[in-house]
Ligand binder design. Structure first.
Ligand code: MN3
Length: 198
C-alpha cells in the first residue's frame, strides 16, 4: 500500500453540533478511503510513482503517463484534499483568525466578515461537486470535482471547503447554505495561519 488513510485528529462525534458523527464516519471511512484505494490501485501498475509524495504526485499531473493521469486527478486529488480538510476543522475551531492572516484578510476584504461572505457566496456558486479555496495571495477560487489549486499553479491553498453533497447531505439535505454557515464554527484558524507562515 503506497497511500494510507490518515487518522482524524479528533473523534468522529467531535464536530457533532455542526457536522454529525454519521457524516464524519461516512466521509472519512468510505469516501476518503475509496480515494486512497483507487489511487493505490492505479499506482500499482506504475512502479516509478510508488514512493512519490502525494503533493508532488498531484502537482505535476501533466507529466504523468496518460494511463495514470485521470486516476491521479480524481483519486489523488481526493486524497490530498480530504487529508487537509480534516485538519482544517477542529472542535475548538471557529471564531476569527489573529495576526498576519487576520490582517491580510481585512486588507483584502475590508473585514473578516467581508471575507466570510465572499467565501460563502463562492462556495454556494459551485455547480455540482467541488471545492472552494483561500489562496496565499488572499484570492478565493473554486474547483470542480477533486481538482485542487496545486494541480495548476504549484501553490497550496491555505484553506478549503468540500461542497460535495456527500459532505453535508445527511445533516442538511440540499441546504448547502446551512452547511457552509455551520462550517465556519469549526474552522481551525491556527492550522490555516500555520500554512501562511510555511
Ligand atoms: Mn468529500
Amino acid at each position: 500500500m503506497t497511500y494510507t488513510l490518515p487518522k482524524l485528529p479528533y473523534d468522529y462525534d467531535a464536530l457533532g453540533n455542526y457536522i454529525s458523527k454519521d457524516i464524519m464516519q461516512l466521509h472519512h471511512t468510505k469516501h476518503h478511503q475509496t480515494y486512497v484505494d483507487k489511487l493505490n490501485a492505479a499506482i500499482d501498475q506504475h512502479d516509478a510513482y510508488k514512493n512519490t509524495d502525494i503533493t508532488a504526485l498531484i502537482s505535476d499531473i501533466d507529466q504523468l503517463p496518460e494511463s495514470l493521469r485521470q486516476a491521479v486527478r480524481n483519486h489523488g486529488g481526493g486524497h490530498y484534499n480530504h487529508s487537509l480538510f480534516w485538519q482544517w476543522m477542529n472542535p475548538n475551531g471557529g471564531g476569527e483568525p489573529v495576526g498576519e492572516l487576520a490582517n491580510k484578510l481585512v486588507a483584502q476584504y475590508g473585514s473578516f466578515q467581508g471575507f466570510v461572505d465572499e467565501f460563502s457566496t463562492k462556495s454556494l456558486a459551485v455547480f455540482g461537486s467541488g471545492w472552494c479555496w483561500l489562496m496565499p495571495d488572499m484570492s478565493i477560487v473554486t474547483t470542480a470535482n477533486q481538482d485542487t489549486p496545486i494541480m495548476t499553479g504549484d501553490v497550496e491553498p491555505l484553506l478549503g471547503l468540500d461542497v460535495w453533497e456527500h459532505a453535508y447531505y445527511l445533516d442538511y439535505k440540499n441546504k448547502r447554505d446551512d452547511y457552509v454557515a455551520a462550517w465556519w464554527n469549526v474552522v481551525n484558524w491556527e492550522f490555516v495561519a500555520s500554512r501562511l507562515r510555511d
